[in-house]
Design a protein around this ligand. Structure first.
Ligand code: GDP
Ligand code: MG
Length: 597
């Protein structure tokens, strides 16, 4: 055990985690030059295309140190994007220390700070690593100062590396061995293993990633998951180096995977304790809070006959990503589909994209919405995942919305613009800290104001130099209303949205005018209205076609002409009565865009 080092690589997005993992794998992994490729741990096609890490990945390396000993390094490469901070948290519980990577040209950014705080909460030893020192714009001294003043960690012994050019990697490996702690745990105690992650593999079925704290686990062992008392027999066991490699036993301090003919992924709770059925541990882990989706939207097949096909695909996706939730939803406008919950908008985007690709079905996604808590007059509290489900206003005492604590790190040049943005978003100023020319700005903000595009706004206002991160804080009452969109006298359920009272009129007008452009002209006149309860707050009209029914008539037979026009009018009336207005897919996106304002 004294020759094991378990650590996570944490950083703000794009600071070079995956590239650093590549260098470590190249030097110590069991992989040939031919098999090596950039960001090797980003194995999902989407991760490779977008250049981001979505799932945390684990790899075991063997390193022969200068002291002559062989060390086992278990590395977890984590995603940086705020949507996936859950992945980061659960990776951290599996190890004792963290390499904190900071891009020396960018300095400390918003996710650097939140990641460090998570690592500190887990009592991690944190080793700062300044990356990209090959670039002329690298300013290590400035970054070291930021580390000390913004986060309060000693940056003086930071290691300078260039993950891309392979500079400083050997020094880093030596430091890992000499400065990071070995795992603790009792090899002779009953088995106590932590469930870090689980996923579905086409060949192996459900695979779980575990960290053995006490005792050891071997092929053929009878095991119990302590949270639900389910029993299994270990039928496969191994490690990733980064290829999957089977072994006989995982010992105290080690990280590896097992399979055990587990049928249902719901039986594998992150943070659960795995122990031997015959000789169980008396001190299970405290458990791990499950991830809660924060953004919901409806996803429908464009063609309703594809529903069952889509159901299969969505169930399959869920096996690989337990943080995503779904249930069947029926909509009068869109037919039968699913109401889905996500960790954030990037997560939603990725799931929709994967669904499209993996099922080959055309989808319509409705505008995303956060989860509201409605306190009813009779004292009941209900959670609203879909604006259409909001009860009648007369039954509601008040509505509460989720708030976040947001941190923006920006150069002082853009501070004014960013403060204005936060104020527009109903923000509440908390704190401001200067370090050199960098500013750390903290605001409380309603989640529904920032979830759609706040990050993009921060980036564009600062020409890419500012960064943003948030964590959920609490629920607060707000002056919130549901805006219904009525097309041709029918409420279109997929288009309703909940918003702040003050913003409703403008957003209502924006949606109506967008819809006016998007809905094609029909034979009859179409009214598009936005309403709060019974009160219309915006209106647009699309004129009907006047089909040239009289075009074929020559000369001036007036009575025949009138007759034809009369007949056309009747026909239009009939159609109007049936009132089937085709609402294009783009209309559902339009609501999402308007909400961004
Ligand atoms: P991650 O999001 O933290 O995993 O970052 P990646 O490893 O995907 O790297 C982000 C980008 O930075 C990629 O384009 C890398 O090629 C680049 N990069 C990473 N390390 C270095 C470095 O040391 N020097 C330079 N110049 N670029 C680097
Ligand atoms: Mg990465």
């Amino acid at each position: 055990m004294k020759n094991i080092r378990n650590f996570a690589i944490i950083a703000h997005v794009d600071h070079g985690k995956s590239t650093l993992a590549d260098r470590l794998i190249e030097l110590c992994g069991n992989i040939s030059n031919r098999e090596m490729k950039n960001q090797i741990l980003d194995s999902m096609p989407l991760e490779r295309e977008r250049g981001i890490t979505i799932k945390a990945q684990t790899v075991r390396l063997n390193y022969k140190a200068k002291d002559g000993n062989e060390y086992q390094l278990n590395i977890i490469d984590t995603p940086g994007h705020v949507d996936f901070s859950y992945e980061v948290s659960r990776s951290l519980i599996a190890c004792e220390s963290s390499l904190l990577i900071i891009d020396a040209t960018q300095g400390v950014e918003a996710q650097t700070i939140s990641n460090v705080y998570h690592a500190i909460e887990e009592n991690h030893e944190i080793m700062p690593v300044l990356n990209k020192i090959d670039l002329p714009s690298a300013e290590p001294d400035k970054v070291i100062k930021e580390l000390e003043e913004m986060i309060g960690i000693d940056g003086s012994n930071s290691i300078m590396v260039s993950a891309k050019r392979g500079i400083g990697i050997n020094e880093l490996l030596e430091k890992i061995v000499t400065d990071l702690p070995a795992p603790d745990g009792d090899p002779n105690a009953p088995l106590r293993a932590l469930l870090i992650d689980s996923w579905y593999d086409v060949y192996l079925g459900i695979v779980i990633l575990i960290r053995v704290k006490d005792g050891c686990i071997s092929l053929g062992d009878d095991i119990t998951m302590m949270s639900n008392n389910k029993k299994y027999i270990v039928d496969r066991l191994g490690i990733f180096n980064p290829k999957m490699e089977k072994c006989q036993t995982l010992y105290s301090g080690e990280i590896g995977f097992i399979t055990a003919a587990i049928k249902d992924i719901e039986e594998t709770a992150i943070g659960d304790t795995i122990t031997h059925t015959k000789n169980p541990t008396l001190s299970p882990f405290p458990g791990f809070k499950s991830s809660n989706p924060v953004v919901f939207c409806g996803i429908f097949p464009k063609d309703e006959t594809n529903f069952s096909e889509m159901k299969k695909s969505i169930a399959k996706l869920k096996l690989n990503d337990n943080s995503f939730h779904y249930e069947v939803e029926k909509s009068t406008a869109l037919g039968t589909g699913f109401r889905c919950g996500f960790l954030g908008l990037l997560h939603m985007d990725i799931i929709c994209e994967r669904l499209r690709r993996e099922s080959n079905i055309d989808l319509v996604a409705t505008a995303p919405s956060v989860v509201y808590k409605v306190v009813m007059k009779d004292g009941k509290v209900i959670e609203i995942y879909n604006p259409s489900d909001l009860p009648d206003p007369s039954e509601i005492q008040h509505i509460e919305e989720p708030w976040i604590k947001g941190t923006v790190i920006t150069s002082a040049d853009y501070l004014g613009a960013i403060i204005t943005l936060c104020e527009e978003k109903r923000g509440e100023h908390i704190n401001l800290t200067y370090v050199n020319n960098q500013v750390m700005l903290e605001y409380n903000l309603p989640l529904n104001e920032i979830v759609f595009d706040f990050n993009d706004s921060v980036k564009s206002l600062s020409k890419g130099f500012a960064s943003f991160n948030y964590e959920l804080s609490d629920y607060r009452p707000g002056k919130l209303v549901k805006v219904s969109i009525i097309v041709h006298n029918n409420i279109v359920d997929g288009l309703s949205f909940i918003t702040h009272y003050d913003k409703a009129p403008q957003q209502g007008r924006d949606v109506c005018s967008k819809l006016k452009d998007l809905i094609q002209r029909h034979q009859f006149k179409i009214a598009i209205q936005a309403a709060i309860g019974g009160k219309i707050i915006a209106r647009e009209t699309i004129a009907g076609f006047r089909k040239g029914v009289t075009d074929k008539l020559y000369g001036g037979d007036r009575t025949r002409k009138m007759k034809l026009l009369e007949k056309q009018k009747e026909g239009k009336k009939r159609m109007e009565g049936l009132g089937k207005v085709n609402i294009p897919q783009s209309a559902f996106l339009a609501v999402a865009q308007v909400n961004k304002k």
